[in-house]
Design a protein around this ligand. Structure first.
Ligand code: PAN
Ligand code: ZN
Length: 209
């Protein structure tokens, strides 16, 4: 993981010394439209392997027969301010590998935000997938994700991405720097529906748990 250079007081590291009147400067960060990598300052990356996703997939036998070191997804994020700072934004990408565990598509852990009223935008960049959403009453629904699709995830809505295609799924995201992640609720109670392949197609089915 790359070290993030964010100042103690949470102010932006990005080009502060270049903010002189009438200066025209290069951006400190670039979203590379060739490989969809974020390059530049204050960029960090986290990779999730199967061993990090115990309890996420329903089919424990299929899960157990897989290589725990298999990479499921990675998240890059540009964090110009400290995590937790009110008023800032983070920009990120999630890249989810294609494949299934049993009949369930590879997917992210999923979370509510720690400050649970904080919203987020997702947008489809490459590949095809499904954004699984769940409200506080445990109603679960989903939106199709494809290049150009735009998804507004309101506060109090848990969210999880699944790759239903044959290629890597890449999704952009923008969220408030004070949103945080609450993984515990999903780790304990899960979503109330699972995304499985039925007759070659993705289908949301009520969880048996
Ligand atoms: C995304 C997610 C990313 C990985 O950046 O963090 O897709 O999913 P998990 O965090 O559930 O493992 C986001 O929603 N940020 O708020
Ligand atoms: Zn989120």
């Amino acid at each position: 993981m790359k070290k993030i250079t964010v100042r103690e007081n949470g102010s932006s590291t990005i080009s502060e010394n270049m903010r002189n009147h009438l200066n025209v400067i290069k951006p400190d960060v670039v979203f590379n439209l060739g490989d969809y990598r974020i390059e530049g300052k204050a960029v960090m990356e986290r990779t999730r392997k199967l061993k990090d996703l115990r309890g996420v997939f329903q089919d424990k036998t299929a899960f157990g027969s897989e290589d725990p070191e298999r990479v499921v997804y990675s998240v890059q994020s540009c964090r110009p301010v400290s995590e937790g700072k009110e008023g800032g934004l983070f920009f990120g990408t999630s890249a989810i590998m294609p494949g299934k565990i049993g009949d369930e598509y590879l997917m992210t852990k999923g979370h509510f935000h720690q400050k649970s009223d904080r919203a987020e935008f997702y947008w489809g960049v490459q590949g095809t997938g499904i954004l699984i959403l769940m409200d506080r009453k445990r109603n679960t629904w989903a939106e199709e994700v494809y290049p150009g699709s735009l998804h507004y995830i309101a506060g109090e809505i848990a969210h999880r991405l699944a790759n239903t295609g044959a290629a890597k799924l890449i999704v952009g995201a923008c969220w408030p720097s004070d949103a945080g992640h609450n993984y515990d609720e999903i780790a304990i109670h899960g979503f109330s529906a699972r995304l499985v392949e039925r007759n070659g197609k993705p289908e949301l089915v009520a969880s048996s748990e």
